[in-house]
Design a protein around this ligand. Structure first.
Ligand SMILES: [Zn+2]
Length: 345
């Protein structure tokens, strides 16, 4: 099983499409492969991790060569043990997975969900439970009522002092050359209830959060940075719906962040076009489109992305949110992606 080659344009055209920072492959256009067939896997508990370890060989067999492992707080952090989740992954677990990924030719990129999604429904995550003063809406929304999810404050320097320690531990434990920093669906930003952020434009605050993370991940650590792309899409310009694009102005941050970031542009519904893909390419970003559980939507997104014929279109990422079960490599949506991304010879 290998990833498909696809190229119908000249290198010059590819360069023009990708822009100077687009990561043009040094391979001839005729032999350029789809770079990644990825899986995004959320570690909700230690048992999820065991399922993943068991399934990894099958995933690699169907062509998966990138694993975005969303760990968040579910790790035995040493720098901040108070922030460990209830069923954390150990350093030994991480080493075991890193070794298995190396053996199977799978690039392992841990993810730490940053800025938004610091609460989900009635539960607040470890950071804002331990340090409620770092909340963007401190003291508001008791029981998380009336808020989609909590954010940490991007203007409080104490956040980065803590969180970058967690980034470092994940990078080191998983022996990773990249980190995914999440940052999707951030709706609580620039709150009137935050003494540091009130009155500041959400795009400025979002760009600061991204740039701070990039300075640490890429600048200090020399690693590649991935993030979700939805906050960089203007919901007024592209009709993607409430969460797939930004309605609060954060999209303007797209012109204030480094082009070296890999943008994971997620779309879960079947559409004829996905205009954010060429938009990000035109701006000089590398893009990794991401899908979910509808095989027809997966096919639609993969086919549309491949038609861009850009070396900055890195492949495809299948997200597994509730599908973290043995045999996920045989899930219909994963098979749909494999059929388009790989060849059997
Ligand atoms: Zn704030």
């Amino acid at each position: 099983m290998r990833l498909k080659s696809f190229a119908r344009l000249s290198l010059l055209a590819l360069w023009a499409a990708a822009g100077p920072a687009g990561g043009v492959s040094d391979l001839p256009a005729e032999s350029r492969p789809v770079r990644y067939f990825g899986v995004h896997y959320l570690v909700g508990s230690r048992s999820d991790f065991d399922v993943l370890l068991g399934e990894l060989p099958d995933a690699a067999r169907i062509g998966v060569n990138l694993l975005i492992l969303e760990v968040d707080y579910n790790f035995e952090f040493v720098s901040h043990p108070e922030l460990r989740g209830e069923s954390p992954v150990s350093r030994a677990d991480a080493k075991k997975l890193a070794s298995a990924c190396r053996r199977l030719g799978v690039r392992l990129v841990p993810e730490f969900q940053s800025l938004g999604h610091q609460s989900w429904q009635g539960r607040t995550g470890p950071l804002l439970t331990a340090y409620p003063d770092l909340d963007e809406t401190p003291g508001r929304h008791p029981g998380n009522k009336g808020i989609f999810s909590r954010s940490w404050c991007p203007s409080n320097p104490r956040v980065n002092e803590i969180v970058f320690d967690l980034y470092d531990e994940l990078i080191d434990a998983f022996e990773a050359d990249a980190l995914h920093v999440g940052m999707d669906e951030v709706t609580a930003i620039g709150s009137a209830y935050c003494p540091r952020c009130r009155g500041k434009h959400p795009a400025r605050l979002f760009a600061k959060a991204v740039n701070d993370a990039y300075d640490h991940v890429a600048g200090k650590r020399g690693k590649e940075m991935f993030m979700w792309a939805d906050r960089l899409i203007d919901a007024a310009a592209i009709d993607y719906g409430e969460f797939e694009a930004a309605k609060n102005g954060t999209h303007r941050a797209v012109d204030r962040i480094p082009k070296g970031i890999v943008l994971c542009d997620w779309h879960y519904k079947k559409r004829k076009t996905y205009p954010s893909l060429p938009m990000f390419l035109a701006k000089g970003f590398r893009v990794l489109p991401a899908s979910w559980n509808d095989p027809a939507a997966v096919r639609s997104l993969v086919e549309y992305s491949l038609e861009t014929n850009s070396p900055a279109m890195l492949g495809h990422l299948c997200t597994l949110w509730l599908e973290r079960a043995p045999g996920f490599s045989r899930a219909p949506q994963v098979k749909a992606a494999a059929a388009l991304l790989t060849t059997k010879d």
